[in-house]
Design a protein around this ligand. Structure first.
Ligand SMILES: *Cc1c(COP(=O)(O)O)cnc(C)c1O
Length: 451
């Protein structure tokens, strides 16, 4: 039989170099420690973005608050702030501890991004931020706005007439399209969302009813992005939101860290070396979890430990970090299907930008099987009455992987996370989406968790 080459090497060479690959290729659940994880101060100054950039993004969000409050009345009470709460889930913690047969020291919390206004997922951070930044740029350039103005004037006829001359295009597995589509259309832009086959039907319908053009692609997400990028390049006055390379998306996500710092303070939760914060983030292309991790590292340094979770059939960022090949590698290269119920994570190729930004920040990665996601989805409803979409459950096995597997225990040892520190630990599961999911889909998901 002819020897197959993957990015210039045989499979045998790859697996010899990275033994974890053997099990990843078999689509097993794998826990992996990032050997390139370093102390934040060793590389902080070499990064192309800093805390100053996050603060700038946060200030832009603040300038837009009056406009958001005007356009989306459900945000008026919070004065146009797009933010979610942090919620402790003690019942789920005790249920999971019995399920995995190991007691979890510390406290289990959810970052409830499924509650984010406007689009009900983590994409309400990055996606909306990028559209606001583009709108601000246009309005400033055309003399319709000064940064000291009350931005609700952008809801007026003059701004709308300007925005209507522009198109916005994005390739998406679903949730990014929802965020960009809803926000963009509300401002008056002509939005076109390119979607992969995995995208859920109700997401497409929701977009169409918001006045967004949905273009379906027979192939996967990366292909949808590439097609969208090509179409945008050929058209003048079209702005392309590039999920794989966008700094703006990344910064929109990073702002979450500043907000969380305040929320933890308000909840009297200490974060420092003796009180570690462990964060578990579902990962698709990597922009969302990457941006959040980047922000958290800027705010908490080595006191925060971030783990990324992916479906066993779509470990795109996992392969990118493990091989160091980033966007050059895809899950299909290693024979995986990229078919998963976690549609928000059904990504075959990771973002090179996000991967390179966080390659020294990520503590580790792990994969989760689809059945496991459904089972967790059901458990969370039973324990806490909280519905998250399947993608958003990927983080949940994380704390138990840490204390219950050899790789996890090795991490705790390396980091000096002893019993006392773990007792003081806060485990934060990023609940990345769910509130827009229709009832019948929720019920079907719950039923799937029975099997
Ligand atoms: C997009 C998404 C993620 C991951 O974000 P990426 O930027 O693609 O890594 C996680 N969960 C949900 C529900 C999402 O929609």
């Amino acid at each position: 039989m002819e020897e197959q080459y993957i990015l210039g090497h045989t499979l045998k060479t790859w697996t010899e170099r990275h033994p974890a690959l053997e099990r990843i290729i078999r689509a097993e659940e794998v826990v992996w420690l990032n050997p390139n994880d370093q102390s934040f101060n060793d590389y902080r100054s070499s990064l192309s973005l800093s805390l100053v950039d996050i603060k700038e993004a946060a200030a832009r969000f603040r300038r837009f608050q009056p406009l958001i409050a005007t356009l989306f009345p459900e945000t008026a009470e919070e004065e146009g702030l797009i933010e979610s709460s942090i919620v402790q889930i003690p019942k789920m913690q005790s249920d999971l501890s019995s399920h995995y047969r190991v007691d979890l020291p510390g406290k289990l919390w959810v970052k409830a991004d499924h509650e984010l206004p406007i689009s009900g997922s983590i994409k309400a951070r990055g996606g909306i931020y990028e559209i606001l930044k583009f709108a601000e740029h246009l309005a400033l350039e055309h003399g319709l706005l000064q940064t000291s103005d009350d931005y609700s004037l952008l809801a007026g006829a003059e701004a709308r007439a300007l925005f209507q001359q522009y198109g916005i295009m994005v390739g998406s597995t679903g949730n990014l399209g929802l965020s960009i589509g809803i926000m963009g259309a509300k401002l008056g832009f002509n939005v076109e969302v390119h979607m992969s086959v995995d995208a859920k039907e109700w997401k497409k319908e929701k977009l169409r009813s918001a006045g967004v053009t949905v273009v379906e692609h027979a192939e996967d997400f990366s292909r949808a992005v590439t097609e969208g990028r090509k179409a945008a390049e050929a058209a003048p006055h079209v702005y392309f939101v590039d999920d794989e390379w966008s700094r703006d998306l990344f910064m929109g996500y990073a702002v979450a860290a500043l907000r969380i710092k305040k929320q933890l303070e308000t909840a009297h939760i200490q974060v420092d070396e003796a009180h570690p914060l462990l964060v578990y983030l579902p990962c698709g292309v990597g922009g969302g979890p990457g941006g959040v991790t980047f922000g958290l590292k800027q705010v908490f340094g080595d006191a925060v430990h971030c783990f990324f979770a992916e479906p066993t059939e779509s470990p795109a960022m996992f392969l990118g970090l493990l091989t160091g090949m980033h966007e050059k590698v895809s899950v299909e290269d290693f024979g995986l299907s990229n078919r998963t119920v976690a549609d928000g994570l059904a990504v075959g190729r990771p973002s090179g930008f996000a991967g390179k930004m966080v390659e020294k920040m990520v503590s580790g990665m792990y994969t989760v099987r689809d059945e496991h996601l459904y089972q967790l989805l059901r458990q969370l409803i039973d324990a806490e009455g909280m519905y998250l979409e399947p993608s958003a459950l990927a983080g949940f096995p994380g704390p138990y992987n840490l204390i219950g597997t050899a790789a996890g225990k090795e991490y705790l040892k390396q980091q000096g996370l002893d019993e006392e520190k773990l007792t003081n630990a806060t485990h934060l599961l990023w609940g990345t989406g769910g509130n827009m999911v229709p009832d019948d889909v929720r019920q079907a998901d719950y039923q799937s968790g029975m099997k």
